[in-house]
Ligand binder design. Structure first.
Ligand code: PEP
Ligand code: MN
Length: 352
């Protein structure tokens, strides 16, 4: 249930109401928007009457019931306002959200060695990426496939962060690794295969770093938003949703089917920022540019693109990785679409 306060409501009145709600066994969550304060009520609100609740204060503008299974993730929970996720990077804070420029995240599927990760970081940074991606822990279908270098790769990501000034996004697969990964990552990635690993969701929800949650390859949008709700309910408000392609009947030409329709659908359902990943979404580097452009035209807040200095030799996902040169070209093409939809970052001032 959502209690929308009138513009200019005294803080003491909001405090008083929150105390009442707590006394009823509910968890009130105060959301301070640009114009209004909204109190989200989590808990068993089935017996509450909207009318009676409204009459408790003349400062209450309206009381709304959220009918959806997810509450905190719902658009209504913030009274229609988009949320923004601010991430600290060595080069400053970067915002993910509907009212901010598109944020590009780029890098190899896996962190393979120091030289390649630093070279890739510097190259994608020069082309305009704001974050370096790269897996230290890799979820692989085969136990015999390269599993990632683990902890030592976290150290390489830290070195690439220092060398490039980029923020780091990397996957955490195991609850036991959350603290360790969070020491290096600026954003923790929960991969498609772990979207419903509820123990992991609770754990990343109970720490401070923002979380990128990828949609399971066969998950519905409601299941995905419920997974995000786990993280929000555990106390972490900084969640970004990433669509990375679905497993559909035709896998002859593409690895997955990228569901770009999630952009308008999620906009109506949730306030959370959206990322699209055309690399895993298609599985083929040749198709990445067209889809990346379409994602920006559709209104995504962010893009994830796999880039590898030598895709033919990549230890994972080579066929879908762009070379740094192709990535650079793509960024100039994306700028055209990004500017057309007024979502492209201004060039950084050149210091002379
Ligand atoms: C990845 O980002 O490299 C990855 C494994 O993605 P997904 O979980 O979407 O398969
Ligand atoms: Mn990959």
């Amino acid at each position: 249930m959502i209690v929308v306060m009138r513009v200019g409501s005294p803080e003491a009145e909001v405090d008083r109401l929150c105390e009442d709600f707590e006394a009823w066994g509910l968890t009130p969550e105060r959301i301070v928007g640009k114009h209004k304060v909204v109190i989200g009520l989590v808990g068993d609100t089935a017996d509450l009457d909207e009318q009676q609740l409204q009459e408790r204060s003349e400062w209450i503008e309206t009381v709304l019931r959220v009918e959806r299974p997810y509450k905190r993730a719902s658009r209504e929970y913030r009274h229609g306002e988009a949320s923004e996720v601010w991430v600290s990077t060595p080069s400053g804070k970067v915002a993910f959200g509907e009212h901010h420029p598109v944020v590009v995240v780029a890098g190899p599927c896996s962190v393979e060695n120091e030289e390649m990760i630093i070279a890739t970081a510097q190259a994608v940074k020069a082309s305009g990426a704001k974050f370096l991606r790269g897996g230290a822990y890799k979820p692989r279908t085969s136990p015999y496939a390269f599993q990632g270098h683990g902890e030592s790769a976290l150290g390489l990501l830290a070195a690439a962060r220092d060398a490039s000034g980029l923020g780091i996004i990397t996957e955490v697969m195991d609850t036991a690794d959350v603290e360790k990964v969070a020491e290096v990552a600026d954003v923790l990635q929960v991969g498609a295969r772990n979207m419903q690993n509820f123990a992991l969701l609770k754990k990343v929800g109970a720490q401070d770093k923002p979380v990128l949650i990828k949609r399971g390859m066969s998950s519905t949008i409601d299941e995905w938003l419920m997974a995000a709700e786990y993280i929000l309910a555990a106390g972490n408000p900084n969640v970004i949703l990433c669509e990375r392609g679905l497993r559909t009947f035709d896998r002859s030409y593409t690895r997955n089917t990228l569901d770009i329709a999630v952009v308008p659908v999620l906009r109506s359902l949730t306030h959370l920022p959206i990322m699209l990943d055309p690399s895993h979404g298609t599985g083929r580097w040749e198709y990445v540019p067209a889809m990346a452009k379409a994602c920006i035209a559709a209104g995504t807040d962010s893009l994830m693109i796999e880039v590898h200095p030598n895709p033919a030799k990549a230890l994972s996902d080579g066929p879908q990785s762009l070379t740094p040169e192709r990535f650079e070209r793509l960024m100039t093409e994306l700028a055209v679409i990004g500017k057309a939809v007024e979502r492209w970052p201004l060039p950084e001032p050149v210091l002379v």
